[in-house]
Design a protein around this ligand. Structure first.
Ligand code: ADP
Ligand code: MG
Length: 253
């Protein structure tokens, strides 16, 4: 399907996901085609229930029941495949609610160390210290449990854990929408720094047009499981004033 040497990080063709009864499934992703370029921040926006999280979950190997064709760099994904080795390291996800991915009875130190060990990455201590510094967390969070952190700190842990594995693709599912407004801005600033510092490809779901205009190189609108529109950087900067897009997004809220 793809050229190994092209500039595409993620190539999706005719992706279909349905839930429910096999004979009459509810179609959530309905023949989606999408390409994300290497090194770009690609935004996804769309009404609640349009399939944004499902798409990221397929790309992260969490939702394994799908049909179509997906390449992530040189990895050809297949339905029902379990991510292992390089593929498991290469694709990391940051969830809307960082509690969802942190064991309540494990310290943050354990969560971060295990992520490295499972993926057989060396010098965990040095890597973890450098990463805490990068995401703006004090060293003593390592002894703490998830419930002892603020929402913003938990999300910094979620971002740290994703980045620790030096992935090539980071999937972010509404990473700021569970946070207080002032904390949202801090996490966005962190993401801007992360983007500048790492040569990674990001797919960022947000229902906030301003967030996408701020961070993304391109963005697409999903409705009913299909991409209905794609914006480049220039069009995105027009989102500040674009009344059509405003009206459309407001109608979803
Ligand atoms: P979004 O993130 O755009 O709000 P989702 O991808 O979470 O949308 O969900 C799309 C649709 O798929 C919703 O109608 C949701 O109820 C349904 N859905 C998602 N996951 C499952 C599942 N595991 N089983 C059944 N239905 C699901
Ligand atoms: Mg969602």
């Amino acid at each position: 399907m793809s050229d190994v040497n092209d500039d595409i990080a993620i190539r999706i063709e005719a992706l279909r996901v349905g839930f429910g009864h096999r004979a009459q499934p509810a179609i959530v992703l309905d023949g989606m085609d999408l390409s994300v370029k290497r090194g770009e921040v690609f935004g996804l926006i769309g009404p609640s229930g349009s399939g944004k999280s499902t798409l990221l979950r397929v790309l992260a190997g969490i939702e394994r029941n799908w049909s179509g064709a997906i390449d992530v760099f040189e990895h050809r994904l297949a339905p029902r495949m379990r991510f292992k080795g390089a593929l498991r390291r290469d694709v990391q996800m940051v969830f809307q609610d960082p509690y969802a991915s942190l064991h309540p009875l494990h310290t943050i130190g354990r969560a971060l160390t295990e992520a490295l060990e499972v993926n057989r990455i060396d010098s965990p201590k040095r890597r973890i210290d450098a990463m805490l510094d990068e995401v703006g967390l004090p060293g003593d969070v390592l002894e703490r449990y998830p419930h002892q952190l603020s929402g913003g700190q938990r999300q910094r842990v979620g971002i740290a854990r994703a980045l620790l594995l030096s992935p090539r693709v980071v999937l972010l599912d509404e990473p700021t929408s569970a946070l207080d407004v002032s904390v949202q801005a801090e996490i966005l600033n962190l993401l801007v720094r992360v983007k500048a510092r790492h040569e990674m490809t990001f797919v960022l779901v947000s229902h906030d047009r301003g967030v996408l205009a701020h961070l993304c190189d391109r963005a697409a609108v999903i409705e009913r499981g299909r991409i209905v529109e794609t914006w480049d950087r220039q069009a995105l900067s027009g989102w500040e004033t674009e009344t059509d897009a405003d009206a459309r997004v407001e109608s979803w809220v």
